[in-house]
Ligand binder design. Structure first.
Ligand code: TMP
Length: 394
């Protein structure tokens, strides 16, 4: 599928090669039917937008088996509590709040349902069911103009629409923004947070790029995309989640220039985030990063060391497949998610093991795939005396 923001096609500047579904952890019997696509990225200069060229149909990624539960990380629960506190300043009494991609309801749980009217819209059935079990009203569908019309009839206009790590997943951004426009009050607020292009370029964390992340936004791209729909970016607040994200606040009018936003837009100008040049530099950095990590792993192997992976993240699919790292280098990847344990990693088919297996089969070196959770993990794994490593600095 092509990503639709403008009718102009983009010129890919880089290919990461043949890529499977990032969260497509699979059984051995399914190896021969595994789905792959050519993962190319391009830059839309008109909108300063970094994006995938082509991507699998969303139904292939967000279905009854989506293996990510927001509530499984204590850190993310804390983050969503703070995020809810942040947006509460925009609420009135009896506000209507919608979350797009509400997952298991971890964010919406922070709002009092008797004071506000809350609704989550979540396409993946397993996580939507868990939210319903936790008494979070949830519609198990993709958010779009069709269900926005139905929702409007049901609850009327909305004061606040929120999302996190979701808008970058939506191929038809035009339809999503039209749906937001349809539902939001005249003075309503749309707030969302997404992985930030500036952080990805700085850290060379190319593993942010995978099938689900169709767009990697910056404040410049968000401002330009939403301007087409008469929305203004009124604030942008950096977040440390997902290895560097940005929280965007949008409204139909702006009151005054926001100093914080000005600073971020200046930074993006200085770093050329509005130009293809920064992408070409990123491409070179990715190639360098791949050479470096392969050299590191080969050196470990030459010294007879064993290596395992820590956390079977969606991001790890990009690393393993782009760098061609399989069971020749990494014996297993440990993870806490029961939906992944016992399966194999997408594309490279490295076995996923539970944490007991990890403790009983200690490796000499650990590739930390969840590098964005390093504090939490280092804290838990103080007993490990070997070497942690990753393609980003730890
Ligand atoms: P994600 O980066 O695609 O969201 O996946 C995070 C994965 O990391 C998820 O499968 C759970 C796993 N994980 C652990 O196994 N142990 C941990 O301590 C943390 C923080 C995450």
């Amino acid at each position: 599928m092509k990503c639709k923001v403008t009718n102009k096609s983009i010129n890919p500047f880089m290919s990461f090669g043949k890529m499977p579904i990032a969260n497509g952890f699979l059984d051995e019997k399914d190896f021969s039917n595994e789905f792959f696509f050519n993962m190319e990225v391009g830059f839309n200069e008109e909108l300063s937008l970094f994006q995938l060229n082509d991507h699998p149909k969303p139904e292939k990624m967000f279905n009854k088996n989506y293996p990510f539960f927001t509530g499984s990380s204590e850190y993310m629960k804390r983050h969503f509590r703070n995020y809810a506190e942040f947006v509460k300043k925009y609420l009135k009494t009896n506000s209507r709040i919608i979350e797009i991609g509400s997952n298991d309801g971890t964010f919406l749980k922070n709002f009092d349902n008797s004071e506000n009217y809350i609704v989550g819209v979540e396409p993946s059935k397993n996580v939507a069911d868990l939210a319903l079990k936790n008494n979070i009203p949830t519609i198990n569908e993709f958010f779009n103009t069709n269900n926005a019309k139905k929702l409007k009839k049901f609850i009327g206009n909305t004061d606040l629409i929120c999302a996190s790590n979701v808008i970058c997943h939506v191929p038809d951004l035009n339809n999503l923004i039209e749906a937001v426009d349809l539902l939001l009050n005249k003075d309503g607020i749309f707030v969302f947070e997404e992985p930030y292009l500036g952080s990805m370029f700085e850290k060379v964390s190319y593993d942010q790029i995978y099938d689900e992340h169709i767009f990697i936004f910056s404040a410049s791209s968000i401002s330009k995309i939403f301007a087409k729909f008469n929305f203004f970016l009124i604030d942008a607040i950096p977040q440390i989640t997902h290895g560097g994200s940005m929280r965007y606040v949008l409204k139909r009018f702006k009151n005054s220039e926001n100093e914080n936003l000005k600073k971020i837009l200046n930074y993006e100008n200085e770093k050329n985030l509005n130009k293809i040049d920064s992408c070409l530099k990123f491409k070179k950095n990715c190639e360098l990063s791949r050479d470096n990590i392969l050299n590191k792993i080969k050196t470990f192997k030459d010294k007879g060391k064993t290596i395992c992976g820590y956390a079977a993240t969606s991001k790890s699919t990009t690393i393993l497949n782009y760098c061609n790292i399989g069971t020749n280098y990494i014996d297993f990847i440990c993870d806490t998610t029961k939906e992944k344990i016992g399966k194999f990693s997408p594309g490279k088919h490295i076995p996923i093991k539970d944490m007991n297996y990890f403790q009983n089969n200690m490796s000499d070196c650990i590739y930390l795939f969840a590098w964005n959770h390093k504090e939490e993990i280092f804290n838990k794994e103080k007993n490990f005396k070997g070497e942690w490593f990753s393609h980003v600095s730890l």
